[in-house]
Design a protein around this ligand. Structure first.
Ligand SMILES: NC(=O)c1ccc[n+]([C@@H]2O[C@H](COP(=O)([O-])OP(=O)(O)OC[C@H]3O[C@@H](n4cnc5c(N)ncnc54)[C@H](OP(=O)(O)O)[C@@H]3O)[C@@H](O)[C@H]2O)c1
Length: 400
């Protein structure tokens, strides 16, 4: 009896418990081995489809076509991985790319393991699951890992893809909802907050940002990250006629004030009434619409106007006297250019955002989910989702 009690006190010396622990270990290892290798063996060929185009154009229904392909795992280059799409969004920049004159798309002849006619695949952002690792593809990625493309123009509107490890960033540990959109809007917000001001008043909380298109996805991440990382207050300017829920959502995310465009662009608008004399250091122009002169007017001395979106289509015009007497700067931000110039910066940005998501410091920004089922016409699904995005905002395709 005494021996038995002692064995329980010191399980490490207990051959019975040790054996059972080793057994559990072996079983778990065997199951993982079978899951990994058997899954790879079972799925020796997959049939994929992509939403593709050959000539640019804005008539998406005629420009986008489905291209089907097969990936035979035995014929995949040993240096490559096979990826199964989980989710890919439709962003404004994807549409500009298809229209032409913005971020040249790639021409693919290798969607599958047998050559296809040269096509460009729509989409720049998305999350994939690794389903096969080539024998010479290194040990960084394993079957089951969630990954996103490192560079733009990956062509993410496709149900399967092949890629080299160097082209991917691992995003394990966050939800598919978060990972599918981490690459562009949160990364844009994160880099803007770090690129132009490096000495935020984190202790005093007296720094401010004012932004137009203040209900966009980018703006929602600016609001959250500015508060969470640097204790910076954000004012969002939104276009008139929005329901109260839009303001409520922005305030819930952490915006200090939400102001309608008509109020913001009044001749006598005075931002100091909202900021209590705080330091408006950044004015973010995500739309290049008629609010730009008021954004500049709202900047404090030494402030910076950062333009990163052109959807409003107007010229960027403002009072030169303001720039002169307040020593204002005008800068532009383009994530694509930053990423091509410095891919490591992009990797670092995404890895930081993964950690921020994991700590729960920022919340998901909701969007509309569109579900793709194998065998459907993916190009048509995308075209319908583009039309729907005009009515109900950001659409993200989730693949079966
Ligand atoms: N430079 C970069 O690296 C970079 C990176 C990411 C995004 N962006 C740009 O940032 C902007 C926001 O992107 P997002 O994905 O967050 O978009 P989003 O969620 O779809 O939001 C679009 C925003 O633009 C506003 N808008 C649409 N048409 C407009 C017009 N004609 N005039 C004025 N405002 C208009 C919308 O206002 P309503 O709700 O009132 O329609 C909304 O606030 C886009 O222009 C995008 O191209 C640039």
């Amino acid at each position: 009896m005494l021996i038995f009690k002692n064995l329980l006190k010191n399980p490490i010396n207990n051959p019975l418990l040790l054996t059972s622990r080793v057994n559990t270990y072996i079983t778990r290892y065997t199951l993982t081995y079978i899951r990994t290798n058997f899954t790879q063996a079972k799925m020796s060929t997959v049939e994929g489809t992509a939403a593709t185009y050959t000539t640019p154009g804005s008539d998406f229904a005629n420009v986008l076509k489905p291209t089907n392909f097969k990936i035979d795992f035995d014929a995949v280059k040993p240096s490559q991985l096979v990826l199964k799409a989980l989710a890919s969004p439709i962003n404004p920049a994807d549409l500009s790319q298809i229209v032409g004159g913005y971020n040249e798309p790639k021409r693919f002849t290798d969607l599958g393991t047998t050559p296809n006619d040269p096509v460009s695949v729509g989409g720049n952002e998305g999350v994939f699951k690794v389903v096969h690792v080539g024998s010479d593809a290194g040990s960084e990625f394993k079957v089951g890992d969630h990954v996103i493309p490192l560079l733009p123009s990956f062509g993410t509107w496709r149900s399967y893809a092949t890629a080299e490890p160097k082209d991917l960033i691992k995003v394990n540990g966050i939800s598919v909802d978060q990972a599918s959109t981490i690459s562009i809007n949160p990364s844009t917000a994160y880099q803007i907050l770090n690129q132009y001001v490096t000495d935020w008043d984190t202790k005093g909380g007296n720094d401010w940002i004012v932004q137009n298109s203040g209900n966009s996805q980018v703006s929602k991440f600016v609001i959250q990250l500015a508060k969470a990382l640097y204790n910076v207050n954000v004012i969002s300017v939104i276009r008139d006629g929005k329901p109260q829920e839009v303001t409520d959502e922005l305030i819930k995310l952490g915006a200090k004030h939400v102001i309608n465009e008509s109020e913001f662009t009044k001749e006598d608008f005075d931002i100091t009434k909202y900021t209590n004399g705080g330091n408006v250091r950044l004015a973010l122009n995500g739309s290049s619409d008629p609010t730009v002169p008021s954004l500049v007017k709202s900047l404090s001395k030494n402030g910076t106007l950062v333009s990163f979106g052109v959807v409003g289509g107007t010229k960027i015009e403002y009072d030169a006297r303001l720039q002169l007497f307040k020593n204002l700067s005008t800068r532009s931000f383009w994530l694509t250019a930053n990423t091509y110039a410095n891919p490591d910066l992009k990797k670092d940005t995404v890895e930081k955002l993964v950690e921020i998501y994991k700590t729960g410091k920022i919340s998901d920004v909701p969007y509309n989910k569109v579900s793709y089922k194998a065998g459907q016409d993916l190009a048509k699904l995308v075209v319908d989702a583009i039309a729907e995005s005009k009515k109900s905002g950001k659409q993200v395709i989730f693949y079966e």
